[in-house]
Design a protein around this ligand. Sequence first.
Ligand code: ZN
Length: 562
Amino acid sequence: MSSVLRLGVRVTGLVACLGAVAACSGDESSEGAGGSGGSGGAAPTGDLVGDVLRYDYGFDLATGQATSRLTVGVVTGGDCFVVPSDLEPASASFGGAPAVVTRDAPTGALRLCGAPVAGGAELVIDTAELVPEGTFLGLDVGFSRQPDLAGGTFSYLLSWVGGCDHFGPCDDAPGRLAAFGFDVTHAPGTTVLCPGVRTAESGATHCELDGVLAPTYSAFALAADPAWVAAPFTTGAGVAVSFYEAPGGELASSLSPADVAAFLGWITSVLGPFPYGSELRVAGGPTSWLGFEHPSNIVLYESLPSLTGPYADPTRHVLMHEIIHQWAGDRTTLASAADFVWKEATAEYLAYVYEDEHGPAGEADATRAYWDAASQQSAHYPRPTDDPLPAVEDFYGDVYGPGPMVLYQQLEALVGRPAVLAGIADFLAEPGARSVEELRAALEAASGADLGPYFAAWVFGSGAPVWPSFVIGTSEVGGDVTVTLTQAGPVVFPCAVEVDVSGLAQTATAVVDFGTAPSSPSASVTVTLGEPLVTSTVDPRHRVIGAGSAFAKAAPIPVWRH
Ligand SMILES: [Zn+2]
């Protein structure tokens, strides 16, 4: 409510004319009609409909002075363009002439107006603004300077979902993909990383991201540090990996070049060639997240190597996670904030598969156990359907455990890992914006299974998730043990649950399979143990959320976000 009042004041108080006075007629009588679309020969008026095709962003790292150029592909003509911006432009032009700038009453977005532009044309909007230092949401989102581990200054301009308008006019919808150009001026000796193909010289760095597009939440970003030392690390699948760390940083030294190269070989065999050129830069910084997936730049928390948990090898896991995001989150992005889960689940799961198939014994088991434990404290369903949807910052932390469990890991027991991997590869095969519903369709196509009941039970929902609970029963005939699991709640969850049955000498694993469309709350299976049953353990390897009792009363654990 307070923001509505604030915006109402701004609209009446700010009918700013920026630039040459001669262009400022102040005549907005044609606004609000929605635009004529350029039909009938009349000049189109009102808010045009179009997408920002490209952002060219100039930034002075020392002063925060920025210039924004938006190239808009106009679909339906008009003489105004509405775009979010937290900042008030000091100057603005619309199609090369000074713009009339106001605020849109319902949204608070900038409305920039000028000469009419027809549908099918490209419109260039230029603004200049000052980006203040400051962060949002208690995260690194915003523009910040922080001391790195060597006492240098790590500068970070970070958008995240819905956040690129902190830095000027920017369409912050997560499903938008655009090209980007960055021109950063900075002190000689400072290393600046920006997404795409990077060209650096003393005092100036340019980056160009074109061809394969990227979303604003990851690509509208800069990171810089005068203390960084650039070091080539390895080359894998045609991608040259280099590290940027302050002296004393241990990210690169804690990783194996051969292993990272092998991972690049594996992930490109699953998802295709690296989307963003032939260079991958990995930088360390004092970040609040463990990592972030800027296209062709990955920023990692500089103290990852000294973490104990939540993964067996946090540096390796998080690096793999962020590399996977280059396909899952960057080249292919979220249809909406509500679909946040799939990009994190995909990055987590594929890192896990590599751990399981190529890592040391126990590595993948530790990842699964962490996911299961984190799932116990989720306050939202993986794909929340709450109306209104909670703010992304309020629910995104709940996806890191249950996301990979319900979207992928639990499905392995029902449809097999090859079908899960094929579904992911198909889902990510083309650039664009994707929803959880589209992921379900891709997994169904790859597996041949109807996953409607599964997704209804595990994935979609409002409020706090209710995971299944199981009552176990056993009976013995000779050396055979029959294990029966009964789900207690109103929803019968599609799943297959492992139960270890043990005698004094032997252990056998029973897989109690409810199938993808359970018709009964109970399911049974008989296994041969060959001796009297002493103990039985439900879901000892954490393959189904809620199945084992080990975490039911566990203390909350920190959930790591990346
Ligand atoms: Zn992530």
